[in-house]
Write a protein that binds this ligand. Structure first.
Ligand SMILES: [Zn+2]
Length: 397
């Protein structure tokens, strides 16, 4: 019996190394496996349904259940880019993410606060429908950070549950792939398929370079981001909910572009800090809001004090001066907006008219890129995504 186990161990290692040395054929087999696609669809669908469910209000100590809170002012920017009462936004479906119509009043809603706190904290701000001063900016960044925090917590919890299902499908798929090799197929039937699969799983878990590792890598990146976002939102909460008179430990930067862009978003990104040996030594989270207002596009950027130097260096490298009127700096800032909008964020809203004028190729590229941000692949997107908008910004005098 013991001999058999060692023998099986060797066969399984052979299976894994065949898969690894297959020059992408194994990866392609996994990526194209209908069961994996179906599993991702189920995950997308359940993520879509569960995200909207009520949970506990984010106000400190409040036990009440949430209603839908807006991230972006419905009567301001969202209304501005709407057409017949609707805007377009990425939405999870059984077929993956699609760009769907959403009503002005439902757009950018997330389960954040209970009815009482949504009203006391945000109803005056919501009715004002624009951002005019530092307090408005703090309110906006607070709900932007709360939305990003809730979304990340949700995704992490969800991924941890679904990762197990994905693993099972990957095991089945890789097992079948390995069986296509005659030498392996001959040996495998000495053992029961279930015992073999168990061994396959154990070894895949132990192997640092495999797919499982990639699945968990995504969760770890998100956990890192979550700790940054939580820090931002708790510091804003202290000010907004009255525990502190001033905002501490974080900064909010203000900028604008000299035209109303046909989209609005509230998003976050992590920037890696690279040490002198080329390793990632730290990760910095940045929350960004951009939306049309008064003939311009209003931009707010929120980060921890500790991230300020790194972010400033990043802006300099991109030739961005936040308060400059230079068209080139504006165009570079526009590039940064696209980066925040299309890298990991599903919280963006677009004018149906503008979307309707895009070529089918551009629409297809955007949708494939959003769908490729999951576990199994990462499809890069050509920048700028909207070259005409960038060109307009460059030519504004
Ligand atoms: Zn509450």
């Amino acid at each position: 019996m013991a001999v058999n186990i060692f023998y099986m161990h060797r066969i399984v290692q052979d299976m894994i190394s065949k898969a690894r040395n297959s020059n992408g054929a194994f990866q392609a087999a996994i990526d194209n496996d209908g069961r994996i696609k179906a599993e991702f669809s189920t995950i997308n669908k359940s993520a879509h349904i569960n995200w909207k469910k009520e949970r506990k209000c984010l106000y400190p100590g409040c036990p009440n259940k949430t209603i839908g809170s807006h991230t972006i002012q419905a009567r301001g920017p969202i209304y501005k880019i709407s057409e017949s009462g609707h805007v377009l936004s990425p939405s999870a479906t059984m077929r993956g993410i699609e760009i769907k119509h959403v009503g002005v009043n439902d757009a950018s809603k997330f389960p954040g606060f209970c009815e009482t706190h949504d009203t006391t904290l945000f109803s005056a701000f919501e009715n004002k429908a624009k951002i005019e001063n530092n307090h408005d900016a703090a309110l906006q960044m607070y709900r932007s950070a709360c939305r990003e925090q809730s979304r990340l917590e949700f995704i992490i919890k969800h991924d941890e549950i679904s990762i197990n299902n994905i693993k099972n499908v990957i095991i089945d798929s890789s097992f079948e792939y390995a069986l296509q090799h005659d030498d392996i197929a001959r040996e495998v039937y000495l053992f029961s398929p279930s015992t073999m699969k168990e061994e396959f799983r154990t070894q895949m878990e132990l192997d640092g370079r495999n797919l499982f590792n990639r699945l968990e890598y995504h969760i770890n990146i998100r956990k890192n981001m979550l700790s940054g976002i939580s820090n931002i939102s708790v510091n804003l909460e202290n000010y907004i909910c009255g525990a502190k008179k001033f905002i501490e430990n974080i900064i909010i930067l203000d900028a604008s572009l000299p035209m109303e862009l046909p989209f609005a978003f509230s998003s976050s990104r992590a920037f890696d800090e690279i040490d002198q040996n080329g390793y990632v030594s730290n990760s910095h989270t940045v929350v960004m809001y951009a939306a049309p207002q008064d003939g311009q596009t209003k931009i707010l950027i929120c980060l921890q004090d500790a991230s300020r130097d790194l972010f400033q260096k990043g802006l300099e490298e991109r030739n961005i001066e936040l308060l400059s009127n230079s068209p080139q700096s504006h165009a570079n800032l526009y590039d940064l907006l696209e980066e925040f909008m299309f890298s990991g964020s599903d919280n963006w809203y677009m004018s149906p008219k503008y979307w309707g004028e895009l070529s089918e190729t551009t629409k297809h590229k955007i949708i494939s890129h959003i769908n490729g941000q999951g576990f199994s692949q990462n499809i890069p997107i050509e920048k700028p995504v909207f070259p005409e908008l960038r060109k307009s910004i460059l030519t504004i005098l």
